[in-house]
Write a protein that binds this ligand. Structure first.
Ligand code: ARG
Length: 488
């Protein structure tokens, strides 16, 4: 898989040139779009117009697209086989130069596409034919679809690592029972493993979201031209196959409307949305660990390597990694919002606004990968504080619902049973005696169905073992889920 994080390709030409032309191998200038203009763009036009500062990371995909374009042009006889070979060798050399950090990017050439075409044209005369039947509009759409496919593969790997780390921690905490919370109030006991496995379910759903984005990206827009295709005898199937835009049977997948193909940004939005979903899940997980590591909860200890101290208070150990994950996830929802807003009022087809589509998706990718990898690396260093968990879960009120179930099993209607246990809880508060320690003569006055065996409802182990249906926190169910996640 191609690495798509920026490789630090930040060499820029010093003074931007201000013509919109490409210099040919023989030193002559050839207008790109500058043919009809009498003067070059203003300095500020160059500044607002350049995208190479952020789209240079598309270079490997742009080159891949151009390799396929050259192959297709030769296949249909628009260029010769020698011209194809010269173009492809030239592109290989440029990619090597870019990866070595030796390529000079010129903002006056606007974007990654023009920079690469210029560099190629200087070396290879036949490069002047490469853009035949192609526009930057279908070129950028193609580059981004290739990028999305690769980005989805990387995020899927990172998600799988987080899932594996959570399953490992769940495995270690099957026997650590903590209070589960609703409204951030103690509710019912659960194994810490069950709580952690809730996040595994979320991240597994996120993997399906990412897979759906990849599938949506897997359609080739090349050949759509600027808006209305071309009159030249191109072979769209050929180029789609070359680029791997194929279904499971190897059948090429092509966009079916040239106007949609150059202006559609749905995949950008779906990608940003999937990243936002991952971010929300990571943020909630972080919030749980931040709470759990506080002195008030004390359920877990976080690894030193992912926490920081205070410059003033020597005792502090702050959960910065999880706080930053929570903070960065806000960027992911922001990026999605930006894309939705950018696209909503645009008339068909391509509008230059669409150049702004890339910073948010690149940022969503970078931040999502970073926070996933950070969480996956931090989790193995997290340990449960067994004593503090046992102390918290010893609160008998956590099993009040089990007393209700005890009464229901004695044929008391649920509503009545709930009311009876409510009265027991009130009594326990009034007498300041733990629920399970209330004197039986007081308890028996509240309802005749309460026998001396009512205290058995407070047996934590039995209470959990009874929760043995699919999805419940009983030990067998939790163990089965751990085994399940180890095998997918
Ligand atoms: N850099 C441009 C972008 O990302 C490429 C497309 C340019 N097309 C155009 N009609 N100016 O949107």
């Amino acid at each position: 898989m191609m690495r798509i994080l920026s490789l630090g390709w930040i060499r820029f030409a010093k003074a931007g040139r201000s013509e919109n032309s490409i210099i040919m191998a023989d030193g002559k200038k050839q207008a790109t779009w500058g043919g009809r203009f009498s003067e070059g763009p203003a300095e500020l036009m160059l500044r607002i117009g350049e995208s190479v500062s952020f789209d240079q990371r598309l270079a490997p995909f742009d080159i891949q697209g151009s390799q396929a374009q050259a192959a297709m042009l030769a296949h249909v006889g628009i260029i010769t086989l020698e011209e194809r070979d010269a173009i492809q060798a030239g592109l290989d050399a440029i990619l090597a130069q870019i990866k070595a950090g030796e390529f000079t990017w010129d903002p006056a050439l606007e974007d990654v596409h023009m920079n690469i075409e210029q560099a190629l044209t200087l070396e290879v005369p036949a490069a002047a034919k490469l853009h035949t039947a192609r526009s930057r509009n279908d070129q950028v759409a193609t580059d981004m679809r290739l990028w999305f496919k690769s980005a989805c593969d990387e995020l899927d790997l990172s998600l799988a690592k987080v899932i594996a780390a959570l399953v490992d921690l769940a495995d270690q905490t099957q026997g650590v029972i903590i209070p589960g919370y609703t409204h951030l109030q103690r509710a019912q006991p659960v194994p810490m493993a069950h709580h952690l496995l809730a996040y595994v379910e979320m991240f597994a759903r996120d993997r399906t979201l990412i897979a759906a984005v990849k599938e949506q990206a897997n359609v080739c827009p090349l050949g759509s031209g600027a808006i209305a295709g071309t009159t030249l005898p191109i072979d769209r199937d050929f180029v789609a196959k070359e680029l791997g835009f194929v279904d499971d049977e190897g059948k090429p997948q092509l966009t079916q409307n040239s106007m949609d193909a150059v202006s559609d940004r749905d995949t950008f939005i779906q990608f940003a949305s999937a990243c936002a979903a991952v971010g929300i899940h990571l943020s909630r997980l972080s919030e749980d660990f931040i709470l759990w590591s506080s002195a008030e909860f004390g359920f877990v200890k976080l690894p030193d390597a992912f926490t920081t101290g205070s410059s003033l208070m020597p005792q502090k150990k702050n959960p910065d990694a999880f706080e930053l994950v929570r903070g960065k996830s806000a960027r992911l929802t922001g990026n999605l919002q930006m894309l939705l807003t950018m696209v909503k009022g645009l008339p068909l087809t391509y509008n230059r606004d669409l150049q702004e589509d890339k910073p948010p998706v690149f940022d969503s990718f970078d931040q999502t990968k970073l926070i996933l990898d950070c969480v996956a690396a931090c989790l193995p260093g997290v340990s449960a504080d067994v004593k503090r968990c046992a102390f918290a879960v010893a609160d008998p009120a956590l099993l009040a619902t089990d007393v209700v179930d005890y009464l229901v099993k004695k044929a008391i209607p649920f509503r009545e049973a709930h009311h009876v246990v409510g009265a027991l809880v009130a009594l326990s508060e009034q007498l300041d005696i733990p629920l399970n320690k209330l004197p039986f003569e007081e308890v028996s006055k509240i309802h005749e169905a309460l026998g001396e065996d009512w205290v058995q409802a407070f047996d934590l182990e039995k209470a959990l073992a009874a929760r043995d249906k699919p999805g419940m926190p009983g030990p067998d169910q939790v163990a089965a889920r751990i085994a399940h996640w180890r095998n997918v």
